[in-house]
Design a protein around this ligand. Structure first.
Ligand code: TXE
Length: 496
C-alpha cells in the first residue's frame, strides 16, 4: 500500500522540509506505516516562526478589527463543521481513537471557534480611577506575538482548537508543532484556516520530532508564548527553553485523577463514569480517572461491576462504529502500561481484570492493543497509585471515612481532575472545596465545554485553557499615562 504523503503548512502554502527529510507515521491498529510527513529541522522552524512574526506585524492582520477576526474564526468553525467526516477519519487513522469518539469531538470542535469568535471583540482595557489628580491612566490589552503550540497525539484537534482559537481571537499568530504521531488532522485544519480567509503566515504547521523541531520552536527567540500539552518530563524541557526568552507559558500536563465513590451514589452510574473515565480512548486522556477510591461498604460490588463491564468491552478496529476500545497510539505507550502493571503486581496488587494484550478475531489488527485492566492496590504509595499510566489501567483502593477519601484524593503530585459520586449535596460541596484539582465532576465524568476552564494544580501544570480567561492569557496589558496638566515636568529626581 502506498503511503499518504503530507506536507507542512507555512506562510499559507504547503511545503516540504528544506532538506527534504521525511518520516513515516504508523497506524496504531495495524502497526504499519500509513503516511509520511516532513521531518522539520531547526531551519524549517525558523522559516515558520519568521513567517508568523511577519504576519503578526503585517498590515493585513494588524488592520483587521477584533470583530473581523471574530468573523474569520466563525467562518473557520463553519468550515470545520462542513469537513467533520474528513477530520474525524484522519484523527482516528493517526491515533487509533474510535471513529465514534472522533466524530463526536470534531462535531463539537466548531464551538471552540464560535465561542472565541464571540470573545474576540470583548477584550477590553480599563480606565483607571487613578490617585494622581493631574493624570489620566488606562490599560490596553494587546496580542503577545508569535505563539508556539506544542500538541500531543491523544486529542490533536481538540488540544489545538483550545490553544489556537483564543490565540487568534486575541490577534496573535501561531506556529503549531503537532505530535510526530498525529499531524495529519492539524495540517488539514490549517488549510481550512487559509480557506476561511486568515492571512498567510497567521497559522503555520511544522511537523517533526520533539527534540529537533519542538525544541527549536520552544527556544526560538521570536516566540513570545508557548502553549504546551504533553508529559511532565517534556514540560521541564519546555520551561527551560522558555527561560531563554522569557516566553509566556501555559502547561497542561498529565494526571492521576481520583474517582471517589460513596455508598449513597447511583452505583451503576458511577461504574459507567469510571469506565468512561479510564477505559474510553484506551485511557489516553489527560483527565483519565485512574485512581478508584471506593467506600469499603460497596467496594467489592463496585470493583466486580467494573471488572464485569471491562470484560464486555468490545476491543477492535477503531474505524468500526461498534468498537468500544481501540489500540494505544504508540508502542512506547503500550510498553509503559505493561511495565507499570508488572510493577504493581510485584508490589502486591491483585489483578481483577485484563493485564494482557488481547486476542483479537481480526488478523489484520496486529497493532498496540491492551486489555482494559483493573487492579486492587494495597497501599496509596504504590507505584500505580502515584504514576500516570496514560493507558487503560485503573487502580482501586477502599476507604472508610470522608476524611480518609479526601486524604487519599490529595495524596498525589498531580491535580488535574477528580470525580465525586454521591447524592449528599453537602458532602459533594465539601469535597469540591477541599480536593486539590483543576476540574471536579460530581456524578459525571469527562465533560468538556468551550466555556469551562481546563488546567491543573501541581504537576498537572499551570495556566487555564477554555473560558473567558483563555483569551486574556494570550494578551499583554499595557498601561498608558497621560499628563492632563499644563505644568511642566518639575524635579526630575523625584518620582511623581
Ligand atoms: O509526550 P511528549 P509523549 C504524558 C503521558 C505519556 C507521557 C509521554 O504520561 O506517557 O506524557 O508521552 C513534543 N521540546 N502525556 O512522549 O513528549 C512532542 O513532539 C519541545 C500526557 O508522547 O510530552 C509532542 O508534540 N517539544 C498528555 C509533544 O511535545 C517536545 C498527552 C508532547 O509529547 C520536546 C501526551 C522538546 N524537547 C502525553 N520533546 C496530556 N496532558 O494529555 C517532545 N516534544
Amino acid at each position: 500500500m502506498s503511503l499518504q504523503r503530507f506536507q507542512m503548512f507555512i506562510r499559507g502554502e504547503v511545503c516540504d522540509a528544506t532538506n527534504d527529510a521525511r518520516y513515516d507515521s504508523m497506524d496504531p491498529a495495524t502497526a504499519s506505516a500509513w503516511a509520511t510527513f516532513p521531518d522539520a529541522s531547526a531551519a524549517d522552524v525558523d522559516i515558520a516562526v519568521k513567517a508568523a512574526e511577519q504576519a503578526f506585524y503585517g498590515k493585513e492582520w494588524r488592520s483587521l478589527t477584533a470583530t473581523a477576526r471574530g468573523k474569520l474564526l466563525r467562518k473557520l468553525g463553519d468550515l470545520i463543521s462542513e469537513n467533520t467526516e474528513l477530520l474525524a477519519q484522519l484523527e482516528s487513522q493517526e491515533n487509533g481513537k474510535l471513529i465514534r469518539e472522533t466524530r463526536g469531538q470534531v462535531g463539537y470542535l466548531p464551538e471552540f471557534f464560535y465561542y472565541m469568535a464571540g470573545l474576540a471583540d470583548k477584550v477590553e482595557g480599563e480606565t483607571l480611577p487613578i490617585d494622581k489628580p493631574d493624570m489620566m491612566a488606562y490599560t490596553i490589552r494587546e496580542p503577545i506575538g508569535v505563539v508556539a503550540a506544542i500538541i500531543p497525539w491523544n486529542s490533536p484537534l481538540y488540544l489545538t482548537a483550545i490553544k489556537v482559537a483564543p490565540a487568534l481571537a486575541a490577534g496573535n499568530t501561531v506556529v503549531i508543532k503537532p505530535s510526530e504521531h498525529a499531524s495529519a488532522s492539524i495540517i488539514e485544519l490549517a488549510k481550512l484556516a487559509q480557506q476561511a480567509g486568515f492571512p498567510a503566515g497567521v497559522l503555520n504547521v511544522v511537523t517533526g520530532f520533539g527534540p529537533t523541531a519542538g525544541s527549536a520552536l520552544t527556544s526560538h527567540p521570536l516566540v513570545r508564548h508557548i502553549a504546551f500539552t504533553g508529559g511532565s518530563a517534556t514540560a521541564r524541557h519546555v520551561v527551560r527553553a522558555s527561560a531563554e526568552n522569557f516566553a509566556h507559558l501555559s502547561l497542561e500536563l498529565g494526571g492521576k485523577s481520583p474517582q471517589i465513590v460513596f455508598p449513597d451514589a447511583d452505583i451503576d452510574s458511577a461504574v459507567n463514569g469510571i469506565v468512561a473515565g479510564v477505559f474510553a480512548a484506551s485511557g489516553q486522556s489527560c483527565v483519565a480517572g485512574s485512581r478508584l477510591l471506593i467506600h469499603e461498604s460497596i467496594y467489592e460490588e463496585v470493583v466486580q461491576k467494573i471488572a464485569d463491564r471491562a470484560a464486555r468491552i468490545q476491543i477492535g478496529n477503531p474505524k468500526d462504529a461498534a468498537t468500544e476500545m481501540g489500540p494505544m497510539t504508540t508502542e512506547a505507550q503500550l510498553n509503559i502500561a505493561e511495565k507499570l502493571v508488572a510493577t504493581a503486581l510485584e508490589e502486591g496488587a491483585t489483578l481483577r481484570h485484563g493485564g494482557q494484550r488481547p486476542e483479537l478475531g481480526d488478523a489484520s489488527l496486529t497493532g498496540w492493543y491492551y486489555q482494559p485492566t483493573l487492579l486492587e492496590c494495597p497501599k496509596p504509595s504504590d507505584t500505580l497509585m502515584q504514576e500516570e499510566v496514560f493507558g487503560p489501567v485503573a487502580a482501586a483502593i477502599p476507604f472508610k471515612t470522608e476524611e480518609e477519601a479526601l486524604a487519599l484524593a490529595n495524596d498525589s503530585r498531580f491535580g488535574l481532575a477528580a470525580g465525586i459520586w454521591t447524592r449528599d449535596l453537602a458532602r459533594a460541596h465539601r469535597l469540591c472545596r477541599d480536593v486539590r484539582s483543576g476540574i471536579i465532576w460530581v456524578n459525571t465524568y469527562r465533560v468538556v465545554s468551550a466555556m469551562a476552564p481546563i488546567g491543573g494544580f501541581g504537576e498537572s501544570g499551570y495556566g487555564r485553557e477554555c473560558g473567558i480567561d483563555a483569551v486574556l492569557s494570550y494578551t499583554e496589558k499595557k498601561t498608558v499615562w497621560i499628563n492632563l496638566s499644563d505644568t511642566p515636568m518639575a524635579d526630575p529626581f523625584v518620582m511623581r
